[in-house]
Design a protein around this ligand. Structure first.
Ligand code: NDP
Length: 475
């Protein structure tokens, strides 16, 4: 018989998703540019379900029931365009092409427009959860035409992760919306990891705690309101002992963080949208600085000045760090959700933030208990101006605030970099400020460039004649 879904691109992600479909009872057509990969998959896992082996794209397309559903899992960028083109030439009106790779949302907008002109449904689907998630249940963020979700939704929902019986997959919105929210998800993942890194670094450098003790702290945190996949695996990674040297593995791993681009994309988009996604930006820049290894090697002799000594009570300071981590995390999510709201408005996507919190509770890398709180917050008020204004988070941050300030102050006086903790706190303080120095910025702009300003006491646009008699005129 014909297959319900086809998967082309059988590297790690594609193979695991194909197996996931098969394990859920779907008949899956397999295709890969290099046929040997298709055969390797069938050799190792062919018995897991109902697979259809194909060699050429023609055979692959012919193996599918109508409307055809093809999931592309190839390298993002040009390879994806090439594969889309080849498929589109063989497909009929109403067929669905799904791009499950990490495509840039603007590419997805372009591709969706081109495919819709040809009568094809194009679905850009963000898929999170890495290899493991792909096999056992990822979080899936499909965009594209709403009609396509009728036929595609149940299939995708069946292989997604589930939390409390609800699938971690829902239709996000038109064209590039799925890949956009996946991009911001990855950005939040960057921020989360940076914050965890800073918490770890403070325990090591401010408190001199041994690595195995720090692993225990994370393990304990994972049983409270920080319960999350990333905190859980932090304990795992910190517990790992290097077989060769007998020291903690983290001490022999080179401290230069890589990046594949989704964090950078998130920050570029934030800049374009004018949304201060500072937590994610700090995380991207921190990775960049870590990777500037030559420059760092030459800078290790730079002065540190007079450094403060360690906090007197280590246990209290560990609690402080936990609170700072939690509060900074709320800020990172608040900013990420602001960016999604701005993107949704810019592109007319009508993305529901509460839906995202729901489908990010399982399957994806940022899955966390905390997301239930975000979901509740948006359920209570879908028009929430900032996550920080939701009653639950408002109170949680208020409770954490003294700790947060102590941690940032200690980091500064002890010479320990904590850019994400510090900038999240600065963001929070700026957000709640009645007056900002932006008034002076406006004055300066008016002085050198006659950029004008507005007044707090009357409507209109004004300019001071700085190089004349310094009287004010209405512009
Ligand atoms: P890769 O990104 O390494 O891509 C390899 C696959 O792309 C192979 O099947 C390869 O075929 C195919 N390919 C490359 N160029 C072409 C081309 N010109 N024409 C046809 N096929 C081509 O695989 P991954 O499994 O790591 O990722 C797949 C997608 O999923 C990517 O977009 C990635 O960004 C995304 N993703 C990855 C995650 C991860 O954790 N790795 C998580 C979430 C998303 P061949 O065997 O013939 O070389």
């Amino acid at each position: 018989g014909l297959a319900q879904i086809g998967v082309t691109g059988l590297a790690v992600m594609g193979s695991n998703i194909a197996r996931n479909f098969a394990r859920h009872g779907h008949r899956v057509a397999l295709h890969n540019r290099t046929v040997a990969k298709t055969d390797a998959l069938l050799d190792q896992h062919g018995s897991e379900g109902d697979f259809v082996r194909t060699e050429t794209t023609e055979e692959f397309v012919a193996a599918l029931e109508k409307p055809r559903r093809v999931l592309i899992m190839v390298k993002a960028g040009e390879p994806t365009d090439a594969v889309i083109d080849e498929l589109a030439n063989l497909m009929d009106e109403g067929d669905i092409i799904i791009d499950g790779g990490n495509s840039l949302y603007t590419d997805t907008i372009r591709r969706e427009a081109a495919m819709s002109e040809r009568g094809l449904n194009f679905v850009g689907a963000g898929i999170s959860g890495g290899e493991e998630g792909a096999l056992n249940g990822p979080s899936i963020m499909p965009g594209g035409p709403a009609e396509s979700y009728t036929s595609l939704g149940p299939l995708l929902e069946s292989i997604s992760a589930h939390v409390d019986g609800e699938p971690c997959c829902t239709h996000i919105g038109p064209d590039g919306s799925g890949h956009f929210v996946k991009m911001v998800h990855n950005g939040i993942e960057y921020a989360d990891m940076q914050l965890i890194g800073e918490a770890y670094d403070l325990m090591r450098k401010a408190l001199d705690l041994p690595v195995d003790k720090i692993a225990d702290v994370f393990r304990e945190w994972n049983s409270g309101d920080l319960d999350s996949y990333l905190v859980e695996i932090t304990a795992e990674v910190l517990s790992q002992v290097d077989a060769e040297t007998g020291t903690p593995l983290v001490d022999v791993i080179a401290d230069a963080a890589g990046q594949k681009g989704t964090g950078r994309w998130t920050v570029k988009s934030a800049l374009d949208l004018g949304i201060p996604t500072t937590g994610i930006a700090e995380a991207v820049f921190a990775r960049a600085l870590s990777s500037a290894t030559d420059q760092r090697a030459q800078a290790t002799g730079l002065a540190a000045g007079n450094l403060a000594s360690s906090p007197a009570d280590p246990d209290t300071f560990v609690d402080d760090i936990r609170n700072a981590l939690y509060a900074s995390k709320v800020v990172a999510y608040a900013q990420g959700f602001d960016q999604i709201a701005a993107g949704s408005q810019e592109y007319d996507w009508n993305v529901h933030p509460g839906d995202l919190a729901t489908i990010w509770r399982g399957g994806c890398i940022i899955r966390a208990k905390f997301l239930n709180r975000i979901r509740d917050a948006y359920a209570e008020n879908p028009e929430l101006p900032s996550l920080l204004l939701a009653p639950y988070f408002r109170e949680a941050v208020e409770t954490a605030l003294d700790s947060w300030r102590r941690v940032v102050a200690t980091a500064a006086t002890m010479g320990i970099p904590a850019p994400a903790f510090a900038s999240s706190l600065a963001y929070y303080d700026a957000l709640r400020s009645e007056r900002l120095p932006a008034a002076l910025t406006q004055g300066l702009r008016d002085f050198f460039g006659a950029h004008t300003y507005q007044r707090i006491d009357k409507p209109g646009t004004f300019h001071t004649l700085w190089s004349d008699d310094r009287s004010e005129v209405e512009a």
